[in-house]
Design a protein around this ligand. Structure first.
Ligand code: PRP
Length: 210
């Protein structure tokens, strides 16, 4: 079993697009792959094992080598700065990191509060801008923070823009575009390079046609 390739898949919104990409690249994933509550799914036909992880944790599994490969958002890679290699931009789950707040929020007051799931990205960004801010780490529903007076601004992912709009928030800056990436553990890549290159080539062909 040692040549089984383990892949960390993010649960949630990236999962569906990632599974579709794998199927288009001709990996035989059974239908129950999509609905299962199992956290480890073996696909013996492909000699693959999938670990279903929280998106924020995918880079951790890959860095520690318990997964050879992973599918991770660029946002997670920037936030976590794990020791992994990026092999391919899968061009799925497109979104961007933005700064937002209530309309007419003044940015001139010193030591503003910024709420985010991405404390490292946010502090680097504001440091580079020469702005002194206090970062407040939240784990979700970030858009709540300005509405209830916890923070002046937020740093968060924008996809369709609906969440901002429906909560009366406006964009105040663009930090960077985000897509999901195929990542690899450096040691796995040395030991299993042929198999991994084959996966990269098959996925790259599908991505090129997107
Ligand atoms: C993400 C993000 C925004 C929302 C943006 O949250 O943090 O809240 O999606 O999407 P939209 O622009 O299409 O509205 P997610 O749904 O992952 O949940 P979370 O609040 O738990 O982070």
């Amino acid at each position: 079993m040692s040549d089984v390739l383990t892949i960390a898949m993010p649960k949630g919104r990236i999962f569906e697009e990632a599974a579709e990409l794998l199927r288009k690249a001709n990996f035989q994933l059974p239908p129950e792959f999509d609905d299962s509550r199992k956290l480890i799914i073996d696909i013996p036909e492909e000699n693959m094992r999938f670990i279903l992880a929280k998106p924020m944790d995918v880079t951790t599994y890959v860095e520690y080598g318990v997964a050879d490969l992973g599918i991770a958002g660029k946002d997670v890679m920037l936030e976590e700065e794990r020791d992994v290699y990026e092999l391919l931009d899968l061009k799925i789950s497109k979104c961007y990191l933005a700064i937002a707040g209530l309309p007419n929020t003044s940015t001139s007051r010193v030591a503003q509060k910024v709420a985010t799931k991405y404390p490292n990205i946010a502090s680097t960004y504001f440091r580079e801008q020469g702005e002194q801010v206090e970062i407040i780490k939240l784990n979700g529903s970030i858009e709540l923070a300005p509405l209830i007076g916890l923070a002046d601004r937020i740093v968060d992912i924008v996809s369709t823009g609906r969440t901002l709009k429906e909560n009366g928030l406006v964009e105040m800056g663009h930090i960077g575009d985000i897509t999901s990436r195929l990542i690899v553990n450096p040691v796995s890549y040395r030991l299993k390079d042929e198999r991994i290159d084959d996966i990269v080539n098959r996925l790259a062909e599908v991505v090129d046609q997107l």
